[in-house]
Design a binder for this molecule. Structure first.
Ligand code: AN7
Length: 359
């Protein structure tokens, strides 16, 4: 299927000669999660939830960032840019590098040294970006990127670029198109808070167009060690094993608070342990392998049900922002630590294997 700019050309009001740079992003699976629903019913008493995971790890570079990047890079091309730049915890850099490569632009990425998951780093390298590993965190990298943008010689493709947020609205359009209604609650991880801002704008746009009647409550979740919005203060040294959302000064802070307040939703935090439990539960019971940060949405759903913030029989969507293959180190570590993986060392002998698995 065509990418999001082609598919939603009318909603975006794009002219026919707009130079679309696309990898046929979007159109990602909306997967029912009956096992998570049953687990919630059993452990919290909240019953009858219809839960869907919007699995944006199925995008061409493995994360939701492709939705915004197709628009930001197309617009940069439209404007005659030769160079693009971003700061990134990994996924933005992978997407910028891919879309930049596709249209022959020079791509510069600033990443926190040692804190980018292996798959993401391999992507930026393969797509041929110039990679600057800084001795600092994402927030410090973004501060430098803003200054690089101020030179006027290089286009910033972080989510402070409004085309990124516009493109990311398409995930909300797809959800409503498929469900033929809006969800009651939308759960989403929060790092820079660009995506929660985009979904809220997307749902609002669809309501203005008359495609949906009601708006969901926006339920955003930061990692506890990086929970700037929840704590109401910049966190100088954010921490979490979910490195994608290891962000202490979210760029779209105010917009995220507005989405929360206007939708009567919440922005809360989940611990690394809660994220890790949701991460392995999604894989081992639903067959959905997302990256750790993505699981903050489902960890948030479980926490909200424990807190009785969710009504019985609600229609729920959870964004799973990135693909599990992005971060093989976390996958191997947690599946092992939690006893999800059953690794046996046995001779190449069928009887020994049958004995070991009890058949
Ligand atoms: C998998 O790539 O900020 O709240 O530089 O990769 O819109 O920032 C990534 C963010 C959630 C948070 N899940 O989204 C980057 C970057 C995954 C992510 C988020 C990110 P925002």
């Amino acid at each position: 299927m065509a990418g999001i700019l082609q598919r939603y050309k009318a909603v975006y009001g794009l002219p026919d000669d707009y130079p679309i740079v696309s990898l046929n992003e979007g159109n990602t699976p909306l997967i029912p999660c009956e096992h998570i629903s049953a687990h919630i019913e059993k452990t919290t008493g909240v019953t009858g939830l219809k839960i869907f995971a919007k699995y944006d790890g199925a995008n061409p570079t493995g994360s939701f960032k492709d939705r915004g990047m197709t628009y930001a890079v197309s617009q940069a091309k439209h404007d005659g840019a030769s160079h693009i730049v971003c700061a990134s915890t990994g996924n933005t850099s992978a997407a910028a590098a891919a879309y930049g490569a596709r249209c022959g632009m020079q791509v510069l990425v600033l990443i926190p040294k040692g804190k980018v998951a292996l798959g993401k780093l391999s992507q930026a390298m393969m797509y041929g970006a110039t990679i600057v590993e800084i001795d600092g965190n994402f927030d410090e990298a973004l501060a430098v990127v803003r200054k690089l943008g101020n030179t006027g010689k290089i286009t910033v493709v972080n989510s402070i670029n409004p085309y990124r947020i516009l493109g990311q609205q398409s995930a909300a359009f797809e959800i409503c198109d498929e469900l033929k209604t809006s969800p009651d609650y939308h759960f989403i991880p929060v790092g820079n808070a660009g995506n929660i801002t985009a979904y809220w704008a997307g749902y609002n746009r669809y309501q203005q167009l008359g495609t949906i009647k009601n708006l969901p409550k926006m339920m955003g979740y930061e990692a506890e060690g990086s929970a700037a919005i929840v704590r109401g203060e910049v966190i100088a040294e954010p921490e979490t094993f979910a490195t994608a959302i290891r962000i202490g000064n979210p760029a779209s802070w105010q917009q995220a608070e507005a989405a929360r307040d206007e939708s009567d939703g919440t922005i809360d935090s989940v611990t690394d342990d809660e994220i890790g439990q949701a991460y392995t539960r999604l894989a081992a019971t639903e067959g959905i392998f997302c990256e750790p940060a993505s699981a903050a949405s489902v960890a948030g759903l479980i926490k909200a049900c424990q807190n009785k913030q969710v009504n019985n029989n609600s229609l729920i969507t959870c964004t799973l922002t990135g693909n599990g293959l992005k971060d093989p180190d976390s996958a191997i570590r947690l599946s092992d630590e939690q006893g999800i993986a059953k690794k046996l060392s046995l001779p190449a002998n069928e009887q020994a294997i049958m004995d070991a698995i009890g058949l």
